[in-house]
Design a protein around this ligand. Structure first.
Ligand SMILES: [Zn+2]
Length: 146
């Protein structure tokens, strides 16, 4: 049946997954009583499904491979964007949110100064009045309000 036909690839997989997701969305919106969105999702789902099936049975290997190359470029961009924005090296969105939270807590308790001599960043506790600060990097001493 698949002799001489293009068959399955990663773009088709994405098309079928998207079609499935859209048909679930369509059902959801019809249950929510929003028939316009439901119909639109259903139509789009069928379009994607049809596109996937037509690609599988296509004899034009060259055109299908061009599509796949273009698609993979987009998918890589999306994956990179996702990693940059939602995945930190220590794992997951939640720990990233925790990092932001603990950072802002730290900002409330400490004041950040810059050494006037070597521009080293220094942290001093807040609310201690005038402090005599010694730079940890170059040993320069200066006074700062905390
Ligand atoms: Zn310094």
């Amino acid at each position: 049946m698949f002799q001489g036909r293009y068959g399955h690839d990663r773009l088709n997989r994405t098309l079928f997954i998207a079609a499935l997701a859209l048909s679930v969305l369509s059902l959801l919106f019809s249950l929510l009583g929003v028939p316009v969105v439901s119909t639109a999702a259903s139509v789009l789902s069928w379009v994607l499904l049809l596109a996937g099936v037509l690609r599988m049975f296509s004899r034009n290997f060259y055109a299908r491979q061009q599509e796949l190359t273009r698609y993979m470029r987009i998918e890589n961009d999306v994956v990179l964007w996702w990693r940059r924005n939602f995945k930190s090296t220590d794992g997951g969105f939640r720990s990233r949110a925790n990092n932001v939270r603990s950072f802002s807590r730290e900002r409330r308790r400490f004041k950040y100064l810059v050494c006037p001599h070597c521009a080293q960043k220094l942290r001093v506790p807040r609310g201690k009045g005038k402090l005599r600060v010694t730079c940890t990097k170059c040993g320069y001493k200066f006074e700062a309000k905390s």
